[in-house]
Design a binder for this molecule. Structure first.
Ligand SMILES: CC(C)(COP(=O)(O)OP(=O)(O)OC[C@H]1O[C@@H](n2cnc3c(N)ncnc32)[C@H](O)[C@@H]1OP(=O)(O)O)[C@@H](O)C(=O)NCCC(=O)NCCS
Length: 166
């Protein structure tokens, strides 16, 4: 069964990873490990089953502040006392592995982790930083646009609880 592991710089070949967006490659190479050591973010990788030093894809999780005023009115009202949301800060698949369902698998894995976290430290939204073509990728899974904030999408934890229930 596939599972993600915490990024381990001694084990995972970060330099080999190329997703087509240099800033994402560089985050994995240069920042992800340092940021994890400082408890600022966590980065999880999916290893190639044939060589566990090869990174198929990764995602990075942390928390963010919610832009309440950019939410639909009904949600603003419902969550007006909340300040934090779970954030998928980065998610990418190596070019060699694209188009094989790994992006979808990583997204669902990330959402499951966030849903589990929300059971103990409640937060009402998951937010994703999505650039360029990736916006359509996330919309397929129910993420919606904020008012006036490009490149950020949200989904409610309530919706995730329903869609991730087996
Ligand atoms: C976006 C990305 C993560 C998708 O990964 P992937 O492994 O190729 O995606 P999958 O094979 O799991 O695709 C799942 C579904 O989404 C669709 N899809 C993939 N990329 C898409 C995109 N950019 N826009 C819309 N739909 C997309 C696929 O066609 C597939 O649909 P299907 O099941 O009907 O065939 C990957 O292309 C990537 O790493 N891009 C560069 C980094 C990036 O943009 N990251 C997001 C910003 S943080």
């Amino acid at each position: 069964m596939m599972h993600t592991a915490l990024l381990d710089k001694a084990k995972h070949d970060r330099n080999r990873f190329h997703c087509g967006i240099e800033s994402l490659d560089n985050y994995l190479k240069i920042s992800a490990n340092q940021q994890a050591k400082r408890d600022n973010t966590r980065t999880f990788v999916l290893e190639d089953a044939n060589d566990n030093s090869h990174i198929v894809g990764f995602y990075t999780l942390t928390m963010t502040t919610i832009a309440l005023s950019a939410l639909p009115d009904k949600l603003q009202k419902k969550h007006r006392s909340s300040t934090s949301g779970g954030l998928i800060a980065r998610l990418a698949v190596d070019q060699r592995y694209k188009g094989q369902g790994f992006g979808e698998w990583l997204l669902i894995d990330a959402l499951r982790k966030l849903l589990t976290a929300s059971d103990s430290v409640a937060f009402p939204f998951v937010i994703v930083d999505a650039k360029d073509g990736a916006i359509r990728f996330y919309q397929r899974y129910g993420f919606r646009a904020f008012r006036d904030i490009p490149n950020k999408l949200f989904i409610t934890v309530a919706d995730l609880r329903v869609s991730l229930a087996r």
